[in-house]
Design a protein around this ligand. Structure first.
Ligand code: ADP
Ligand code: MG
Length: 266
């Protein structure tokens, strides 16, 4: 029996791209993430939900290398990356967007994408060096920039200044800046924070469209959209995994329902 799934998405089941093992983060005596085992398969859309303070952003910070782990290990693409710097992790294919905008308003759309592509050239170990590359390499960079512009649907406005873009196109550009690093895994931490219901819906649709063949790890508070978008959902509560499963399983999970009824999850 064929599984019901989004028609355009191709998934390679069973192959983990990310695996955290017993991941602990302590801030002094406080345990922000408590022995988290998380396995994400290649091509999967995984959402992380849970109440404020559950440890979602901390988990992202551990995965991207923004924070060192207290205990445990992180494996990416079959390798132990636990002690690698965050820029090394970007080079290995972990891309992240930040809640604050990552675009430069005074630069054009193309310049924004190109700058991101250049500063995180995955074959390159040194940003300064990357500024003094032979011309041939710049051609490669231009190709990559063009591919990203196509993908995010901004090729037509590539020479516009980012500042003058309408709101929706700015969001597209933000995704493009992440894609310019050619990530194998994309992490978005509340990309819809502060948005209206309509803007939230549009942004999630956009993510679904643009990241169709990517692996996505998403922190998002709109439960309805999370249910629609995700292949699997991981629920965190007080630093621990409370539940994990397909949207229908999560919706039917008693612990999760209790958490909702108790108002723990907004
Ligand atoms: P979430 O993203 O799920 O809302 P966070 O991961 O941001 O939660 O935070 C989890 C807990 O860890 C919170 O209680 C927060 O106050 C605490 N915390 C997060 N970062 C730090 C830090 N740098 N220093 C001390 N406590 C922190
Ligand atoms: Mg957070």
């Amino acid at each position: 029996m064929a599984m019901e799934t989004t028609e355009t998405r191709q998934r390679t089941a069973g192959e983990p791209i990310l695996r955290t093992e017993n991941l602990v983060k302590q801030f002094g005596q406080f345990t922000a993430t408590d022995r988290i085992d998380l396995t994400v398969e290649r091509g999967e859309f995984r959402s992380i939900i849970g109440p404020n303070g559950a440890g979602k952003t901390t988990l992202f910070n551990l995965i991207t290398g923004a924070l060192p782990v207290t205990e445990g290990a992180i494996h990416f693409d079959g390798e132990d990356i636990t002690s690698l710097s965050s820029s090394e992790r970007v080079r290995r294919g972990i891309g992240r967007s930040f809640q604050i905008s990552n675009i430069f308003g005074g630069l054009t759309v193309r310049e924004n994408v190109r700058l991101a592509a250049q500063s995180f050239d995955r074959d390159q170990y040194n940003f300064l060096e990357s500024l003094f590359k032979p011309v041939g390499r710049y051609d490669g960079m231009n190709d990559r920039t063009d591919r990203v512009l196509e993908r995010i649907g901004l090729a037509d406005v590539a020479d516009e200044t980012a500042d003058v873009l309408p709101y929706g196109d700015k969001r597209r550009l933000e995704i493009g800046v992440v894609l310019a690093t050619e990530p194998d895994l994309v992490l978005f931490d509340e990309p819809t924070a502060g948005m209206s219901v309509e803007e939230t819906r549009a942004t999630i649709d956009l993510i679904e469209e643009v990241l169709v063949d990517q692996t996505l790890l998403l922190i998002e508070h709109d439960i309805e959209l999370v249910m629609e978008l995700s292949d699997r959902i991981t629920v965190l509560n007080r630093g621990e995994v409370l539940a994990e499963g397909a949207p229908a399983e999560i919706a039917g999970n008693e612990d999760v329902q209790d958490a909702y009824l108790g108002g723990m999850i907004e």
